[in-house]
Design a protein around this ligand. Structure first.
Ligand code: NAD
Length: 329
């Protein structure tokens, strides 16, 4: 099988190249992202492999179909960047539903601890021999209330971690399931009562801008908001206003609504056109990481394993248990 692999980073080569060789898949690695202009690079291949910030819209799907390419393996869990409805009957979309919920949940907690204990500030200060503690006061997590939106694989691991810290746990999920030590409630109560809110639901039409201008007046003053899920869950300008008005105490963002052409790339030395992102990054109480919550050796290994297994299964049977179906959206 010959697979065009878009948005390649050095860590992808480490895992995908040897695993592909083992199962007879030749990956053609392209650094460029997949979109209407680059899809032509896939001509002559049997399939395509794409990631979170590739564009898989109707035009890209039609182009693949016209090149007789009928399988696209997403090497991630989310598929909000894929027009699944348009792909039906043309291109099979495969994905990696679970590779390490621990990687993402642990990153969410790392961001939270960094933010509230000012570790990012301390690191810079002590390197400059500045040992002052001014403006470094944090707060205990023990006894605080965390609101978790989405208690699937990642949300549940995050809840377990929070329980270990002695926190009270509120949760909101469209499909709640029993969980020890977790109290399900409405989204409104979660917004009103949480000291910390962590988002772990997928980005859908329903969840877009879950945190918006409408949410701001409901939030507890000083709330810490963590988003390791998808940028579109938060209206970024509303978040910025919430921070400027001091209603939101801190934000920990691994994802950003307009991250597409910015995250995962070295933009140092460039002028950032996105004023909202620039302003967010300039805030002392905002931490931004570059959609890296998944980036552990364990997760990368699992991603490569499942992606190649999905392709092998598709080649052998025309199907994969990890196909995205219309019923999933
Ligand atoms: P999952 O499917 O196991 O869980 C998602 C949960 O969200 C489910 O319990 C579901 O019922 C719930 N949900 C669905 N619609 C909802 C709604 N309208 N309101 C509230 N809850 C709703 O997914 P997961 O593996 O836990 O991943 C969660 C998200 O994390 C993914 O969708 C993906 O966007 C994101 N993610 C980010 C990274 C990263 O590197 N930052 C890595 C992996 C996944």
């Amino acid at each position: 099988m010959k697979i065009a692999f878009f948005d390649t980073k050095p860590y992808d080569l480490t895992y995908f190249e040897p695993m592909g060789k083992d199962v007879g898949i030749e990956f053609l690695f392209y650094e460029t992202k997949l979109n209407e202009r680059t899809v032509e690079l896939a001509r002559g291949c049997d399939g395509v492999c794409a990631f979170v910030n590739d564009t898989v819209n109707a035009a890209v799907i039609d182009a693949l179909y016209s090149m007789d390419i009928h399988v696209l393996a997403m090497r991630c869990a989310g598929f909000n960047n894929v027009d699944v409805r348009h792909a039906e009957g043309k291109v099979h979309i495969l994905r990696v539903p679970a590779y390490s919920p621990y990687a993402v949940a642990e990153h969410a907690m790392a961001l939270l601890l960094t933010s509230i204990r000012r570790i990012h500030k301390a690191y810079i200060r002590t390197r400059d021999y500045n040992f002052s503690l001014n403006n470094m006061v944090g707060f205990d997590l023990h006894g605080k209330t965390v609101g978790i939106v989405g208690t699937g694989k990642i949300g549940r691991v995050f809840a377990d971690i929070c329980r270990g810290f002695g926190m009270h746990i509120l949760a909101y999920d469209k499909y709640p399931t029993e969980m020890e030590g977790v109290t399900y409630t409405t989204m409104e109560t979660l917004l009103r009562e949480s000291d910390i809110i962590s988002l772990h639901c997928p980005l859908t039409e329903e969840t877009r801008h879950l945190i918006s201008y409408d949410s701001l007046p409901l939030l507890k003053k000083g709330v810490v908001i963590i988003n390791t899920s998808r940028g579109g869950l938060i209206h970024a300008e509303a978040l910025l206003d919430g921070i400027k008005s001091r209603r939101i105490g801190a934000a920990c963002l691994d994802v950003y609504e307009e991250e597409g052409d910015i995250f995962h790339e070295d933009n140092s030395g460039h002028i950032l056109d996105d004023d909202t992102l620039a302003r967010l990054i300039s805030m002392p109480n905002v931490i931004v990481t570059s959609h890296q919550a998944f980036l552990t050796t364990d997760a990368l290994c699992n991603i490569a394993e499942t992606t190649t297994a999905n392709l092998v299964s598709f080649e052998a049977t025309g199907a994969s248990e990890n196909e995205v179906l219309i019923s999933h959206i």
